[in-house]
Write a protein that binds this ligand. Structure first.
Ligand code: SF4
Ligand code: SF4
Length: 337
């Protein structure tokens, strides 16, 4: 399969841990309370030092933020280890990394005072913005009044650097008068069964299994000519996890290599002959991947797949039960789907 060079990342997400208070149906990285490990302070410093010269600011300036620019702190749920998050933010400031923000599901916003204290501490530590997650899957775990509180106070602390993803759901929940948690089934009753209402949703990671009943399945041929969008190898919005994995974009469970070797990987390239699964994915040869997995006994499910990413993760999950693949990491991702 040969070698492929990896572009230097110009924006990134630092995954402090896969641990989360929630276990959302749509989680791309299969996070949950069952994960226990967190990145160490030494490793944060090492990663940020590697990334510092590479991360580019948001086009509107280094103090502004946007989803695919700069550096974000994420998980899992980073506020589960607030002290570590704060230290990471302070290190990023020392290294002059631009356009930093944190991503949260707001579970921790129990009252106004505590919420404000934490957000102000992060701002003083050098954080420039925040991304607040809103959709019916978080709503199963986080009372909406906490999300509202976070948005209100974050808007005071971070002003226009407060991003809400997805605003459509925020306004919809307010319209519906939701305040507490709501099981997905109850939410669907309110929406007459319409889950997504034309809002962006990636059918990958855990969604491939947990959301099957809402989508039509297709045989593999249906997806073979569909490109990975966004492309697997790209310089923006890559993730770097606490186990040393360089995760391409939103593709949980795939490792481009160890981020400790990032500079070498960018200069010398990846040897795809040593990582056949990655080779098929990068070359977009999904027919080849299916054939390859058949050698291990994989059988295409008769009912098909709901998305190309479902096909991809289903094969990868199967392969990890047969052999160790260094490009399919972390291992636990596959048991947490
Ligand atoms: S989607 Fe976010 S809140 Fe939900 S389990 Fe994953 S990391 Fe946690
Ligand atoms: S098909 Fe696989 S490699 Fe492509 S975007 Fe989906 S999860 Fe990533």
């Amino acid at each position: 399969m040969g070698k492929i060079k990896l572009p230097q990342p110009i924006s990134a997400g630092l995954m402090l841990s896969y641990q989360c208070n929630a276990n959302c149906h749509h989680c791309m990285y299969a996070c949950s309370p069952r994960w226990k490990d967190w990145i160490s302070e030494e490793e944060i410093k090492l990663l940020l030092t590697i990334l510092a010269e590479k991360i580019e600011p948001n086009p509107s300036g280094k103090s502004s933020v946007s989803l695919n620019c700069g550096l974000h702190f994420t998980g899992g749920e980073p506020f589960l280890n607030f002290d570590l998050l704060l230290k990471a933010v302070q290190m990023a400031r020392q290294l002059d990394i631009p356009s930093t923000f944190v991503e949260t599901n707001c579970y921790w916003c129990l009252d106004n005072t505590g919420t404000k204290q934490k957000l102000e501490a992060l701002k003083e530590g050098g954080l420039q913005g925040i991304l607040i997650s809103v959709n019916p899957f978080y709503l199963e775990y986080v009372p909406f009044e906490r999300t509202e509180r976070c948005i209100k106070i974050a808007s005071e602390v971070f002003a226009y650097n407060t991003m809400v993803y997805q605003q459509e759901y925020y306004y919809r929940f307010k319209e519906l008068g939701i305040k507490a948690r709501l099981p997905l089934e109850e939410y669907l009753k309110l929406e007459q069964g319409d889950l997504v209402k034309n809002v962006e949703l990636f059918l990958m990671g855990r969604a491939s299994y947990k959301l099957q009943k809402f989508y039509t399945k297709h045989p593999p041929d249906y997806f073979l000519n569909e490109p990975c969008l966004p492309p697997l190898v790209r310089n923006w919005h890559n993730h770097f996890d606490n186990y040393g994995n360089w995760i391409p974009g939103y593709c949980g469970g795939i490792s481009l290599g160890n981020w400790h070797d990032l500079d070498r990987l960018c200069k010398q390239g990846l040897d795809l002959d040593e990582q056949p699964v990655l080779g098929f994915l990068i070359k977009q040869d999904f027919a080849g991947l299916i054939d390859y997995s058949r050698n291990f006994g994989y059988e295409v499910p008769r009912e098909g797949y709901i998305s190309k990413c479902h096909l991809c993760v289903d094969i990868r999950r199967y392969l990890t039960t047969k052999q160790e693949f260094k490009e399919l990491k972390p291992n636990e991702f596959y048991s947490q789907l």
